[in-house]
Design a protein around this ligand. Structure first.
Ligand code: GLN
Length: 290
């Protein structure tokens, strides 16, 4: 649904921009009869349009660079290879965006909550970390259209007596700090959560899964993408069949006015990659069908 809304929004923006351009032209030429009020003052719009129209009219945190903050403990979206380089869906898409914008991609690997803050504090141009769009984040960040979906799932030991979401009541749940999984799980039971006192926040998904293996928590709630990878890498664990909350991932951007032109360029570049099927092929490369 959100995806559709975002798409429609993006389309509206494209048409609005196209319409602007046209207005300016037709106003000078033939029949401006339909919108007399607006075309009466055509001089304002072209003037405003001049700057964003210049392709490189954006500024980045560091000149010539596109700084992406992330938390590289969230495979297949981001993880590190043996050499310590950050690899995965997000860095691949980011590299393609940077290329379109003529910028050098720089990846800043920090804790998840710091990755979100980096953009808000003007230390990064964008955050890509399988970031779910939600209302709280929309209040402090801008977002591109969604490029992937995620579902919150539950990981338990294979011999666990927890069989569904109800079975989590009174159990100890591990989550990754600052994530939507943590936010939902630690909410009050009236709001569909399990209570703050029953949820332990770990630095990242990998340490949460370690805690599960060591018996320090009874279950881990995390996004399905990394959950699948963690279970494959750790025999003795399984994912419950009951998917919980469905989410949309998007690129988080600065809300500062000075970032408007860059945000638009990033959003447009991502939209092109979605429209021509590139994003889907990157997703398919990393996520094997069920
Ligand atoms: N999608 C979740 C969120 O945005 C988790 C992201 C992550 O852990 N990297 O909160």
């Amino acid at each position: 649904m959100k995806k559709l809304t975002a798409l429609l929004l993006a389309l509206c923006m494209v048409f609005a921009l196209a319409a602007c351009g046209e207005d300016a032209e037709t106003a000078e030429s033939a029949a401006p009869s339909e919108e007399p009020a607006e075309s009466a003052a055509p001089s304002e719009e072209p003037a405003e349009n001049e700057e964003p129209a210049a392709e490189s009219g954006f500024t980045t945190v560091e000149e010539g660079k596109l700084i992406m903050s992330t938390n590289a403990a969230f495979p297949p979206y981001e993880t590190t290879d043996d050499s310590g380089a950050v690899i995965g869906i997000d860095p691949e898409i980011a590299a393609l965006i940077a290329e379109k914008l003529g910028l050098e991609l720089v990846i800043d690997d920090v804790d998840f909550d710091s990755a979100l803050l980096a953009v808000q504090q003007g230390k990064a141009d964008m955050v890509m970390a399988g970031v779910t769009v939600n209302e709280d984040r929309l209040a402090v960040m801008d977002f591109t259209a969604s490029y992937a979906t995620g579902v919150q799932v539950v990981i338990v030991p294979e011999d666990s007596d927890i069989a569904d979401m109800d079975g989590l009541e009174g159990k100890l749940i591990g989550c990754q700090r600052g994530t939507t999984g943590y936010i939902y799980a630690s909410d009050t039971p009236e709001n569909g959560g399990y209570g703050d006192e029953n949820v332990i926040a770990y630095d990242n998904g990998i340490t949460a899964v370690e805690a599960l293996k060591n018996g320090q928590v009874d279950a881990v709630i995390i996004d399905n993408g990394p959950a699948k990878e963690f279970v494959e890498a750790n025999p003795g664990l399984k994912i419950l069949e009951t998917p919980w909350v469905e989410e949309e991932y998007a690129i988080g951007l600065s809300k500062a006015d000075s970032a408007d032109a860059l945000n638009e360029a990033i959003s447009n570049a991502l939209q092109e990659l979605i429209d021509d099927g590139t994003v889907q092929s990157v997703l398919d490369k990393y996520i094997t069908a069920e």
